[in-house]
Design a protein around this ligand. Structure first.
Ligand SMILES: C[S@@+](CC[C@H](N)C(=O)[O-])C[C@H]1O[C@@H](n2cnc3c(N)ncnc32)[C@H](O)[C@@H]1O
Length: 306
């Protein structure tokens, strides 16, 4: 029983999920005129309430696992999250789920590509895509804080067998440090080389802080200019339309073209218990004209090598 309610173990439901399940169970039994009692049930309810009470105190160091049975493999996909951690990279965001669901439904978008993800957070998107045979040539998941990078490495290791069982031979996602604010400065960074050698840039829910938009724009421009024919796909939760408008206005000034993807196909695979909304998430592609690419490639290469 402890294993079932202990949210700090992989592959078990969170305390809040368990509590909701128990409440639904009691409600359904009572609706039929029954009554739930018994020491074992009471103990489970009491222990779950204690755990949930702990989580409502918002312990920033609390780590939990979210697991998803995606219809393949013996084990579910599991990722460790810190639901109350100050670092937003330790949580899952609906745009990350949607981006994974879109890529899994449309594997030709990533097939045989060297993929780089910005602000990959817990790493679920890349792990899911590789484990469901997206067929990326390589996939590099980048982020910038030590705690996010360490957690993402943990999640990749945790799912290494799941990926190999479901999709033998698929390269495991690599994790690299890439701080948008360091782009173009003299410090050499690991994520920078994957940026210049990548074919496809992905990002989910990274356009939310006005102060980092100039840096993010620089990263996207640098990526698109490093060779012809590159594409970026962003999944964005529209909390404040003005923030995204600022982002695309800055990109347009840099010669980047954008397009919103309408009516795209995806299956809601990550059916989270609390039903995060997908309808506030929009997908956009970013690219650059070939003449602009040729003019700037030399310059961009120099910046990356700095
Ligand atoms: C809202 S979270 C989205 C995480 C994940 N993509 C998802 O959808 O679940 C934003 C992500 O951007 C990362 N981020 C924020 N500022 C950054 C910066 N300057 N450089 C690199 N990553 C950054 C955060 O660490 C975090 O992982």
């Amino acid at each position: 029983m402890a294993a079932v309610i202990n949210g700090a173990q992989p592959y078990v439901p969170s305390p809040r999920y368990t509590l909701n399940l128990l409440q639904t169970y009691v409600r359904e039994i009572e609706r039929e005129g029954g009554f739930v009692e018994g020491d074992e049930f009471n103990m489970l309810l009491f222990r779950t309430l204690q755990l949930v009470k702990g989580t409502t105190e918002a312990d920033p160091l609390l780590l939990q696992y979210l697991s998803f049975s995606l219809g393949v493999g013996v084990h579910p996909l599991a990722v460790r999250v810190g639901p109350f951690h100050n670092d937003v990279g330790l949580r899952m965001w609906e745009a990350g789920y949607l981006l994974a669901e879109f890529l899994i439904k449309n594997p030709s978008v990533v097939a045989n590509k060297r993929v780089v993800e910005l602000g990959a957070g817990v790493g679920l998107t890349g792990i899911a895509v590789q484990g469901l045979c997206g067929g990326c040539k390589s996939i590099t998941l980048t982020d910038y804080t030590d705690v996010t990078i360490a957690n993402m490495n943990h999640n990749v290791s945790l799912n290494a067998n799941w990926i190999q069982e479901n999709c033998p031979g698929a390269p495991l996602p690599e994790v690299a440090h890439l701080d948008w604010e360091e782009i173009g400065c003299s410090k050499s960074i690991a994520g920078c080389s994957s940026l210049s050698s990548g074919d496809l840039l992905l990002a989910a829910d990274v356009v939310y802080d006005v102060s980092v938009i100039p840096h993010l724009v620089k990263v996207v421009k640098l990526f698109l200019l490093s060779a012809a024919g590159k594409l970026a796909i962003f999944a964005t939760t529209f909390r404040n339309e003005k923030t995204f408008t600022l982002f695309i206005t800055c990109l347009e000034k840099e010669g980047v073209q954008y397009q919103e993807m309408k009516d795209f196909q995806y299956d809601a695979l990550f059916d989270t218990f609390w039903k995060q909304k997908r309808d506030e998430v929009r997908l956009h592609t970013f690219s650059i004209g070939s003449s602009e690419t040729a003019r700037c490639t030399q310059h961009a290469t120099k910046v990356v090598q700095k």
